[in-house]
Design a protein around this ligand. Structure first.
Ligand code: FE
Ligand code: FE
Length: 291
């Protein structure tokens, strides 16, 4: 029997769970917020083979059936009961092949994002959203492979946008040969609303369901759609959205400018910040949550 308390390594080709994000920044690991003018996510240049392989797996295996099966498995939220703080500590037991001297831990990334939001003078609900936005990555600790936890998300059951990174890998997805899934609307109808569209399974959708009764709608959109780059960065899939979805995507864009991975001097002092963030978490999440 393996020790259930032993640190877990994520299953997959990425060196660390955030490599799919940092691999696309214009100057490698600059950590600068993306400017609209740069060819952001210019992933073909110098992308590590592991990142490419990650997207091959993701695009091949994220079918509509897979997403529905994961929803049946996780949405009843019967895996664990944890406070938000416990989930942060649990997530930090994930060990990967990244360099601890140069790469941020999961808690450092969460605090760095929250601190950037706090410095910009945003309200407490927005700061707490930054702090928790990636906690859905605990899916890795439940045994999910990297390709079912991180990466750009996209709708399943309708045509793939060619603006999705490595869109050519969708050829190997069995849904590509289902004609009903390959029209613009697929199984959905025009302006049906993003809430009715199944996105590829991952940490965004999962955390949304864990916290959906506790945060304002804008915060929930940030959590649920922060990896949906085809929509919030490329402007795709508007035909499936309501007017409200489009307005909420503006909040997702605002959030995304704070979802940083910078190192060096910007590295947050986790011990010093812990009392402030424990208070913040208790304010919004006084009770343990079902995961
Ligand atoms: Fe994320
Ligand atoms: Fe993040």
């Amino acid at each position: 029997m393996s020790d259930p308390n032993a640190p877990t390594k994520p299953l997959g080709p990425l060196v660390d769970l955030d490599e799919w994000e940092t691999a696309f920044e214009p100057a490698g690991h600059s950590g600068e917020p993306a400017s609209a003018k740069t060819t952001f996510r210019d992933y073909r240049k110098n992308v590590r083979p592991g990142v490419r392989e990650f997207y091959r797996l993701n695009h091949t295996h994220q079918t509509l059936d897979f997403v529905l099966a994961k929803k049946r498995e996780y949405l009843p939220r019967k895996k664990r009961v944890m406070t938000v703080w416990e989930a942060m500590e649990f997530l930090n037991t994930l060990i990967d092949d990244s360099d601890p001297d140069t790469d941020l831990s999961q808690i450092e990334h969460l605090m760095q994002t929250a601190e950037a939001i706090r410095r910009a003078g945003h309200p407490r609900w927005f700061i707490v959203t930054g702090l928790i936005h990636d906690l859905g990555k605990v899916l890795c600790l439940f045994g999910e492979p990297q390709w079912a936890v991180v990466g750009d998300t996209f709708p399943v059951g309708c045509r793939y946008s060619d603006k999705i990174v490595f869109a050519e890998f969708f050829e190997a997805n069995p849904d590509s040969s289902v004609p009903a899934y390959q029209t613009a609307c697929g199984i959905y109808s025009e302006a049906c609303g993003l809430g009715n569209v199944h996105l590829s399974w991952g940490h965004d959708e999962y955390l949304y369901h864990v916290v959906k009764d506790r945060l304002p709608e804008e915060a929930l959109a940030m959590i649920r759609y922060h990896s949906f780059y085809a929509a919030h960065r490329e402007g795709e899939y508007t035909h499936l959205m309501t007017g409200r979805d489009k307005a909420l995507l503006e909040w997702v864009r605002k959030f995304n400018s704070f979802d940083l991975y910078s190192k060096g001097e910007d590295r947050p002092d986790v011990a010093a910040l812990t009392p402030y963030y424990k208070d913040l978490v208790t304010e919004f999440f006084p009770q343990p949550l079902a995961w």
